[in-house]
Design a protein around this ligand. Sequence first.
Ligand SMILES: C[S@@+](CC[C@H](N)C(=O)[O-])C[C@H]1O[C@@H](n2cnc3c(N)ncnc32)[C@H](O)[C@@H]1O
Length: 416
Amino acid sequence: MTVPSPMDDVRAQYEALPYPPRDPRDEAIRLITGTPSHVLEINHYLFSGRLNFMRPFRALVAGGGTGDACIMLAQQLADRRCPGEVVYLDISTASRQICEARAKARGLRNINFLTGSLLDLPTMPIGQFDYIDCTGVLHHLPDPAAGMRALASVLNPDGGMGVMLYGEYGRSGVYPLQELLRTLAPMSMALEDRIAMTKRLIRFLPTTNLFRRNPYLNDHVTGGDAGLYDLLLHSCDRAFTVPDIGAMAQNSGLRVVAFLEPVRYEPATYMSDPIIARMASSLPLVERAAFAERLAGNLRNHVFYATRAGFDTVARPEDTSAIPVLREMDAQKLAAGLQPGTPLIANLDGFPWRAQLPALAPRIVSQIDGRKTVAEIYTALGAQGGLPQWEDFYAQFEDLYVKLNGVNHLLLRFRT
Ligand SMILES: C[S@@+](CC[C@H](N)C(=O)[O-])C[C@H]1O[C@@H](n2cnc3c(N)ncnc32)[C@H](O)[C@@H]1O
């Protein structure tokens, strides 16, 4: 008799309940874009904004599921006529079929579909990749670090990864409930009965229960039965702190270059005491992010980019030939909403973030068209008159950049 391995249980789950649920017919009405693996982010954080899309680009989407990252990336590369390919890999054939149907609905021909485990990558004749997406997968492996090492084994020396892992503090309440459900709805029960029992338990939780007190855990509401199963009945699931992530990346020969959205990982976001904020802000990236996560307490998922390259891979605004690019936003509409004195506001899962923008913000934003460099924006504004000296303009641009990049609206690229 063969004993089922932890991976068999995980595969069985995603064969029965591909996640997240997606209907290929929706491709006709929208492209789902997200983080990580948006092509503008990959370029900005891993290739200093200098990717040349005329050159072949190979990406792997490991644990591609129903296809959100795979479809987004394949579509964005196709839109740029990039002669590259996206390799999709997953252990679940049901998930693969959904992603294949989505690709067909879009007429995408740059995806190579494979079924298999990412743990086998080191021995697969699959070649090396410039970029690897692995979103919501490694935390479902019995040994996530082995998964990370397997991914790193097929990454080009200058390549990078975009990863999403569950965050320990923001998932407070999940694990005690998973424990309760191991008694109430064990794996031996039929899937529908496990789901029914979970819904029953949630309905009757006491008001003091940590899961009930965490209003930001909502996959069981927004993701239907597949979301509920993924959140509370998963057979293999653990969460990570920022230091765990730094250590795991380092053990695979990788270096974390950014956590997204950046503003969530800056201690000063949550700390109004200037002395504490200044002390924490001077820490190196991973320690600073760890400080922010402990302060905030609400980071449910960690999205990060990591590289193998030994040089700085993040695009920086100091170079005046940088081209600011807005993500899925209309510059004129954004500019109209940024009237002087009106702060930029974001709700960071319950934390109300406000940032005062520089006086020139609306005028600068109105010039961002994804083609003009910072220097060209200055020239274009100069033609309208009433512009300050370059130094003052640049200081205001940088201030605006830090804030809009912080909430992931603004990225940089360079002409190649
Ligand atoms: C929560 S889903 C995430 C899917 C997708 N990455 C996304 O973010 O939408 C996890 C996926 O990882 C796949 N998976 C789990 N273990 C795997 C392994 N060892 N190798 C490849 N895929 C795996 C599952 O089949 C499932 O489709």
